[in-house]
Write a protein that binds this ligand. Structure first.
Ligand SMILES: [Zn+2]
Length: 225
């Protein structure tokens, strides 16, 4: 069962389209798996749509199509609708999957058209980058084999983990498929997975390992970032 959800503020920014693509994708994946947040998003969408309509209508008391579109836009809109052969021939999208260490995982809808980078391996960790072109914000699929762990670390910025399959635990709790975990520099943790897991991760700075010998692992922090 999903225990960790995006905040109301994040869902609201998602609905108004103000989030970077990396965070939008995480919320889209989460709402695909979480009935509670899917309903909240639907409510926020209808609230925002009503507010927008009311504020436009208030200005002129009523609204007609020619107030929203000029002639050229109206013509383009009509021809776009009438010429839209694509929707007539639309077929159901085939679920795409990705394999890590000989196990196939079905990708969530939000990730089915995103190009995945080649897989890099360090110990029980495998990382495949998603190129969303967001500068310092790095997005990856991170696979950890059963028994794998990431030593105690913190972050200069934030770390978002969306659990796609499997489970892991750290000092703060146990996480399962669909959990949305957003941490910042206030958090220090050492995740471990008993049975393996696949995560969608968004990190905006390298991980910093904090304890004694673990500090020699700081190149691993760059790998995960
Ligand atoms: Zn949720």
């Amino acid at each position: 069962m999903i225990k960790y959800h995006p905040s109301h503020e994040l869902l609201d920014t998602f609905v108004t389209g103000q989030l970077p693509a990396s965070f939008s994708a995480a919320i889209a994946i989460h709402t695909e798996l979480c009935d509670i947040c899917r309903n909240k998003v639907a409510q926020l969408e209808s609230t925002h749509a009503n507010n927008t309509f009311t504020s436009v209508a208030d200005e002129d008391h009523y609204l007609t199509a020619d107030m929203l579109f000029n002639d050229w836009e109206m013509d383009s809109l009509i021809s776009a609708i009438t010429d839209d052969t694509e929707s007539i021939h639309a077929t159901a999208t085939t679920p795409q999957s990705v394999s890590f260490n000989d196990t196939a995982y079905q990708l969530p809808r939000a990730l089915q058209h995103i190009v995945l980078g080649k897989q890099l391996h360090v110990g029980k960790l495998t990382r495949s980058r998603l190129d969303l072109n967001e500068g310092a914000i790095h997005v990856s699929l991170l696979h950890i084999q059963a028994g794998g762990c990431i030593p105690n670390h913190t972050h200069k910025g934030s770390e978002l983990t969306l659990l796609l399959e499997g489970s892991f635990e750290d000092e703060m709790g146990t996480y399962n498929k669909g959990d949305f975990i957003l941490l910042n520099s206030d958090h220090t943790h050492s995740p471990i997975t008993k049975h393996g897991c696949l995560c969608y991760t968004v990190v905006d700075s390298p991980l910093t390992f904090t304890e004694g010998m673990a500090k020699i692992l700081n190149p691993l922090g760059n790998f995960i970032y």
